[in-house]
Write a protein that binds this ligand. Structure first.
Ligand code: NAD
Ligand code: DAU
Length: 340
């Protein structure tokens, strides 16, 4: 099956994945009218969308997904919502859980209500593999129980529960994707890979929590965007899709690979105090999205090389972000490993 959508409201698209998704959609479906709604928090950045600004069929609205009046107005002018808007960084969620509950739960509810009221064709919620919690063994399948362990993942799980309730109670035409760890151009330099790359460029220590052994499935952002596009246009309403590569990489392996690409010494690695409640492994069963006909095209080696080059060539994008509030957050977040 394929569905054709003409006017899509993309919330949170001034951030990392959303901006890559808008660029992807402009390339693959230039006829689709896109309205971006974004609050421009510290993680939102109009520079991420500079290359689509001014194009016919694209407009940007600055605003909050919790603002029901504004959301209703925009929903009345569109037929589908894709929601990327969220507070997204686990470490910040340990410092200010309520900002996460407000946007990731209440904001999602406001969008669901507007989509219902205006009889939208699809509501696609961009969720995360973190809702399954720590997975010491095996792989998480879409019907597995939620066991979130951080304020971030609990808020994302809450948003999913609200959306599911709207689907069950009011017939909201819901789709959900649960992606693994994305990396690539335009990722705010608080997440592991851009922290490692930008610190290495400046000869600063590369901080790894505890012993760097936590495992993630790193997914190149363009591959994620292709999967989201495919789910949005082809998946049966009511379905949920895990999206990942099925690979497992430790933080230490990521740091070593970054240093290798950049020709920098391993001595830059610094083990620091662990993240409280750190999930040591996520691993997805990706058979459902594979059956839909999607598979990743960019290997981790290739994607990391591209990402390192992008940050090396775009100092003007990330240097202004690493100033002021960023360093206050950084100093608060990183502590020495006990006993050192
Ligand atoms: P990001 O932090 O880079 O961007 C989030 C965007 O949401 C920003 O532009 C911000 O301004 C906007 N925003 C925040 N609160 C808002 C509000 N109340 N109203 C309107 N806009 C608001 O995030 P990202 O890494 O691009 O993640 C996008 C989505 O994908 C999130 O929902 C996240 O949970 C999910 N996700 C991320 C990953 C990952 O590895 N980054 C993996 C799986 C799922
Ligand atoms: O799994 C999907 C999730 O991936 C998304 O839902 C989140 O929005 C996104 O932030 C990301 O969460 P993680 O916590 O997995 O990503 P982060 O880049 O913060 O950390 C990746 C791993 O690296 C994790 O085991 C913690 C570790 N880490 C992280 C940072 C920032 C370090 O060792 N050092 C660091 O400085």
């Amino acid at each position: 099956m394929t569905r054709s959508l003409h006017r899509i409201l993309v919330a949170g698209a001034a951030g990392f994945i959303g901006s890559n998704f808008v660029r992807h959609l402009r390339r693959t479906r230039p006829e689709v009218e896109i309205t971006v709604l974004d609050k421009l928090t510290y993680a939102g950045n109009l520079a991420n969308l500079a290359d689509v600004e001014g194009q016919p069929g694209y407009r940007f609205v600055r605003g909050d997904i919790c603002d029901d009046e504004l959301v209703n107005e925009l929903a009345s002018q569109t037929d589908a919502i894709v929601n990327f808007a969220a507070e997204t960084h686990v470490d910040r969620s340990l410092m200010d859980p309520f900002a996460f509950l407000e946007t990731d739960v209440r904001g999602t509810a406001v969008l669901c209500e507007a989509a219902r009221k205006h009889e939208h064709e699809v509501f696609l919620l961009i969720s995360t593999d973190e809702v399954y919690g720590d997975v010491p063994e095996g792989r998480s399948a879409e019907d597995d129980a939620f066991r979130p362990r951080s304020p971030y993942s609990a808020s994302k799980a809450g948003g999913e529960h609200v959306a599911r309730a709207y689907a069950e109670s009011f017939g909201l035409p819901l789709l959900v994707t649960r992606g693994s760890n994305n990396y690539g151009p335009y990722q705010y330099p608080e997440k592991l890979i851009p922290v490692l790359i930008t610190n290495a460029i400046d000869g600063l220590p590369l901080p790894l929590y505890n012993d760097g052994s936590a495992v993630r499935d790193y997914l190149y952002v363009e591959d994620h965007c292709r999967a989201i596009d495919q789910v949005l246009h082809e998946a049966p309403l009511g379905s949920v899709y895990n999206i990942g590569t099925g690979s497992e990489t430790t933080g230490l392996q990521v740091a070593e690979a970054v240093l290798e690409i950049m020709g920098k010494p391993r001595s830059l690695i610094e083990f620091v105090a662990d993240r409280p409640g750190h999930d040591y492994r996520y691993a997805l069963d990706v058979s459902r999205i594979t059956e839909l006909g999607w598979e990743p095209q960019v290997t981790f080696a290739e994607g990391l090389e591209r990402t390192v080059r992008w940050y090396q060539e775009h100092h003007e994008w990330w240097r202004p972000l690493k100033s002021g509030e960023y360093w206050e957050y950084y100093k608060r977040n990183y502590r020495p490993l006990a006993g050192r």
